[in-house]
Every structure is written in C-alpha cells, then in structure tokens.
Design a protein around this ligand. Sequence first.
Ligand SMILES: CC(C)(COP(=O)(O)OP(=O)(O)OC[C@H]1O[C@@H](n2cnc3c(N)ncnc32)[C@H](O)[C@@H]1OP(=O)(O)O)[C@@H](O)C(=O)NCCC(=O)NCCS
Length: 435
Amino acid sequence: MADTLTVTDDRTKKSYSFPITDGTVRAMDLRQIKTGAEDFGVMTYDPAFMNTASCQSKITFIDGDRGILEYRGYPIEVLAEHCTFLEVAYLLLFGELPNETELKNWVSEITHHTMLHETTKKFMEGFRYDAHPMAMLVSTVAALSTVYPEARNIHDASNRLHQIKRLIGKMPSIAAMSYRHNLGFPYVYPDNDLTYPENFMNMLWKMVEPKYVANPVLARAIDILFILHADHEQNCSTSTMRAVGSSHADPYLATAAAAAALSGPLHGGANEEVLKMLDEIGCKENVASYVRKVKEGHGKLMGFGHRVYKNYDPRAKIIKWTAEQVFAVTGRNPKLDIALELERIALEDDYFVKRKLYPNVDFYSGIIYQAVGFKPEMFTVLFAIPRTVGWLAQWQEMLTDPEQKIARPRQVYTGERARQFVPREKRTPVGVGIG
Ligand SMILES: CC(C)(COP(=O)(O)OP(=O)(O)OC[C@H]1O[C@@H](n2cnc3c(N)ncnc32)[C@H](O)[C@@H]1OP(=O)(O)O)[C@@H](O)C(=O)NCCC(=O)NCCS
C-alpha cells in the first residue's frame, strides 16, 4: 500500500500524487494543482482550523475519541496522582521527569522568581476597584515586558529559560494581587518556605497571622487542578501564543495575548459561565426545563462539549474525584447536586448523545474553586496560572522548529473588486455605521 494521495483535477484531467505523512498531506503540495501558468494553485479552506495541523509537537497527545490525554507520553491520570505541578511543568518544558536533585533545584529557582517589581505592584494598584481579575492579569503580564526588556532577545536559549522561570514564578503573585485588589485587601508578599500552591494560598488568604498555614488537602487539590490545566495542545490560547510568538514578540506579550484568548467564554472563561448557569438553574428540579431550553436553541450548556474530545474528558473524571476530597474539608457545595443532575439528564438525552457532548474540564472545576473560597471571576485566572507552562513549552518548541515561520493564514476573498471611486459629495447615503 503506497502512502500517497492521488487526486485528479477534473478541470485539466491531470493527476497528482502527494505523500501522506502521519495522516497528513502538505497543504503546500496542493499548490501544484493549477489550470495554467497564471493560476495561483489550489489552497485548502478551513475556517476555525477544524482539520488543519499547524505544527508538529512532542508535548501533549490527545485522542479525543478515546478520552486520552498524555503529557510527553505520560497519562494525565498518573501525573495527577504521583506528581506535583512544578514537576509536571519541568516535564512539559524539558521532555523528561526530573530526578530528586533536578526537581529541588527547579523548585528553588521558580520560588526565587515569585516577587514582583514594586512598579508592577503600583501598576496593579491603578486598576479600578471592581476591575475583572482576568483583565488585570492580561494587562499586568503584558506590563512585565516593560520591566524585562532583555526578554526581547528570544533567540538566546538561556535568556528564554530565564524569562520562562520568571513567568511561572510570577503568575500566582499577579493572580493573587488581582484577587486582593478586588476585595480591597493589602497585597501579600510571597513566602519562600512554602510550596507553589501553598504560597499561592498564602498570597490570596493571609490576613494578620504571622505565618500562613495552608490546609494540605486544599493545597493538593489546587496542585492537581494546576496539573490538569497545564497544557492541552493546539487550543485557541496556545495557537495564539504560537502565532504571536512567531512574529518574535517577547514572551510576556505573547503570554498576555494567549491569556486574552483564554478569557473568552467559549475557552477558559467557560468555568465562570458554568457557575453563572448553575446559579440561573437554581435547583435540581429546574434542570430538565433548562436542558429543554438549550435544545430549543436558547444558549448552550456551559462546560459541555469540546472541539477535540468526543468522549468523556479525562480531566473531568479526575476533577470529580478531587471534588470529593475538597468537600470533605469544606463541606459539600450544593451546586454539585445541580451539576450531577445536569450531567445525568444530558448524558441520557439524544441531543447531547448524538452530538457527543460530554462534560469538559470546566464543568466541575468551578464547583471546587467556589468551595475552596474563590469568586467565579477568579476561575479563569486559576486556569491561566498553570496554562502558562503549556504556552511557554509550545512557544519554545515553535521557536526551535526550523519549519516554523511567521504565522500567516491565507483567505478566500469574497468582496468587491476594482470599484469606481465616487467623490464624497456625490455619494448616496448607505445608512450604516451610525446608530
Ligand atoms: C467547546 C465548544 C466551543 C466546541 O465547539 P465546536 O467544536 O465548534 O462545536 P460546535 O459548536 O460545532 O457544536 C456541534 C453541535 O453541538 C452543539 N453544541 C456544542 N456545544 C454545546 C453545548 N455546550 N450546549 C449545547 N449544544 C452544544 C452545537 O450547537 C452544534 O449543534 P448543531 O450541529 O445542531 O449545529 C462548544 O462545545 C461550546 O461552546 N461549549 C460550551 C463552552 C465550553 O464549555 N467551553 C470550554 C471548552 S474546554
């Protein structure tokens, strides 16, 4: 069996044969298909990149039909059970799990990058009292570019690594500051004695006590949630990171752009929307009528469906287990009953079964976050902290891939051409553009 694709152009009756590698044909090969010397050649048309691979990657594997997610070849379930988030961050960035000494050094280096420059703190103080924490995070990450201008030297591997450590170290500090700003509390500086999730909790919740002591179950739950959110191959925000990074923008600006993409309700913003939806439903008894309305075309079930997973999202399973551990400490979030009922009804319903719509990672994460004490506005910020690792791993891979260039899709132009110009005084009103 030849690993080739043979196509015949019915316009010219000419046949072409293209290699099939890893289940793909090269879109550029299609340009050979022409009707004549003046013809540009055939392109592929793929709105929303439904069937286009934009890169080769060794970082994250997803089999959406079987519900498999692996980081660097390790199943997500195994990593969530046995590793810390910073251990997984090392794996994603460098391709191997660290040994004891490597992990100790890595943790120590990240820990020593948790402080923010005082000017960054002042910058954050300038936001309105009710600024959305995700908008604060996006803007502040971009502002780090002003503090570290050497980050522009993206071709120097050691400089890149330095910025990567800074970003991983500083994300929880920025996130915690945006949280406390919203509440009107003074900012808390990092405590280097604590682990990554404990220090985050310290910066969020320390009040007047001399030393913050984190609940170990909640700290571990946050660490597991961070592991589950660390990477997810070429999703909307990661593609943004690669696209912006491909213009050789510095990593702070590229990360800010990726975080902006994450903030949308169809992507990372979905976890906030799930809680709003559960609030709107109000109680278990209203679930059936809510599902009916969704099927009639009124809105979507937030936290359901995925572009890639057409089976149960493996992260949602781990999150459900983590929720039980958290509720043993915090008490059960009453929203869980509504969520379970919603899942039960939806999974039995033909509409959702036919479309392969299952709960995704965002469906249960918000319920845990709320039980731990976060307001829904913080949920996407909690997603952005760990996903920064994935963005940076993918950014590095893109920069060191000799096949990659500045990202620049083509278009199919459907507008007018070569129009006759009409002077302003002779134009008839078109009635658009003003309210
Ligand atoms: C994730 C998401 C954007 C994927 O979108 P997509 O791959 O473009 O899939 P489509 O929007 O084409 O959906 C396919 C069909 O399922 C329906 N559908 C998809 N998600 C749905 C949802 N959450 N609730 C109800 N119907 C949904 C669509 O209306 C469409 O129906 P149709 O074929 O009758 O037109 C989409 O499922 C969604 O909006 N989910 C809710 C937001 C969310 O949870 N996002 C977090 C993702 S981790």
